[in-house]
Design a protein around this ligand. Structure first.
Ligand SMILES: CCC/C=C/C(=O)SCCNC(=O)CCNC(=O)[C@H](O)C(C)(C)COP(=O)([O-])OP(=O)([O-])OC[C@H]1O[C@@H](n2cnc3c(N)ncnc32)[C@H](O)[C@@H]1OP(=O)([O-])[O-]
Ligand SMILES: NC(=O)C1=CN([C@@H]2O[C@H](COP(=O)(O)OP(=O)(O)OC[C@H]3O[C@@H](n4cnc5c(N)ncnc54)[C@H](OP(=O)(O)O)[C@@H]3O)[C@@H](O)[C@H]2O)C=CC1
Length: 256
């Protein structure tokens, strides 16, 4: 027998990743796991102070092997996205992985969503994800390949009181499939991942009611997921173990 093992102890040593929203919740768990496996990670989001503090805190963890760097970026602003990609290529020499995790929404019945609120959610989750993919392609991946993961939500049967986000994420899933086909010959893999319902303090702060506990009973596992469980799935898809996987939607847990 000649069986080759895929998971090496330093799986991502020498790799460079960008994780948007990498300073909080699910993004922080993804960042920490990637760095634990040897990857250098750039975390990018709007709140620079909080982002830098998160990077400092994670870098102080003796178990991580990669370095974590904070770069402020609002993914709704094309110039900032372009600057993010250019800065990473300049400082680290490449972009192996892009995890489009930054995003979110607010709860509101569809009939009451203002135009500004609708646009903010579409611009963040759909256009922001598109811009990150496009500029990662232009600055590095188009000529060198890479792996992209777009974080979406479990929107397949609708996303009640979050119609703006459900529509945006569904569009991201289709964008993922299209880019997987358009960019396959460039050596780029791109997939979308929907976290199950995952509690974190920052995520919960966005909701006036406890939507997380309310959804516990509809989870097949009877419990909420953890950010670390999403990170594990993301790392699997980024890894060579998933080298044949592109244009796919995966979820940590689904009640749809
Ligand atoms: C079951 C659980 C599943 C969990 C899923 C998760 O994703 S958990 C992860 C959860 N994590 C996240 O969601 C984190 C990221 N999320 C966010 O940053 C925001 O939700 C955002 C995407 C709306 C951007 O917001 P921003 O402040 O940068 O944007 P902006 O200043 O440009 O304002 C745009 C307009 O949007 C409107 N509007 C905004 N909030 C509310 C509201 N609460 N109420 C009503 N309306 C609201 C309002 O019209 C506002 O304009 P106004 O009236 O003020 O002139
Ligand atoms: N928790 C859950 O149950 C689920 C979460 N998700 C999705 O997973 C992702 C992470 O969520 P989670 O960790 O739970 O929640 P958080 O609120 O902790 O994370 C959201 C992150 O996105 C960043 N972000 C928001 N808007 C922008 C922007 N315009 N530009 C750059 N970064 C931005 C925020 O940073 P900053 O404010 O500094 O910009 C923050 O770090 C989100 O896309 C979320 O919608 C999907 C399904 C379920």
């Amino acid at each position: 027998m000649n069986i080759t093992s895929v998971f090496k102890p330093d799986l991502f040593t020498g790799k460079v990743a960008i994780v948007t929203g990498g300073g909080t919740g699910i993004g922080a768990a993804i960042t920490q796991e990637l760095a634990h496996l040897g990857c250098d990670v750039v975390i990018a989001s709007r709140k620079e102070q909080r982002l830098k503090e998160a990077a400092d805190q994670m870098n102080a963890n003796p178990n991580i092997k990669g370095r974590i760097t904070a770069i402020a970026c609002n993914i709704r602003q094309e110039e900032q996205v372009k600057n993010l990609m250019q800065s990473v290529v300049k400082e680290f020499g490449k972009i192996d992985f892009l995890v489009n995790n930054g995003g979110g929404q607010f709860q509101c019945p569809a009939e009451n969503i203002s135009m500004k609120g609708w646009s903010a959610v579409i611009d963040t989750n759909l256009t922001g994800t598109f811009l990150c993919c496009q500029h990662a392609f232009r600055e590095w991946m188009g000529a060198n390949g890479g792996v992209i993961i777009n974080i979406v939500v479990d929107m397949w049967r609708g996303f009640v009181f979050m119609s703006h986000s459900g529509a945006a994420r569904s569009a991201v899933d289709n964008l993922t499939k299209t880019l997987a086909l358009e960019w396959a010959d460039k050596g780029i893999r791109i997939n979308s991942v929907a976290p199950g319902t995952i509690y974190s303090e920052t995520a919960a702060a966005n909701y006036p009611t406890d939507v997380f506990s309310a959804s516990r009973e509809v989870q097949p596992t009877g419990r909420l997921g953890t950010p670390e469980e999403v990170a594990a799935l993301v790392c699997f898809i980024l890894s060579p173990a998933a080298a044949f996987m592109t244009g796919i939607f995966a979820s940590t847990c689904s009640h749809s």
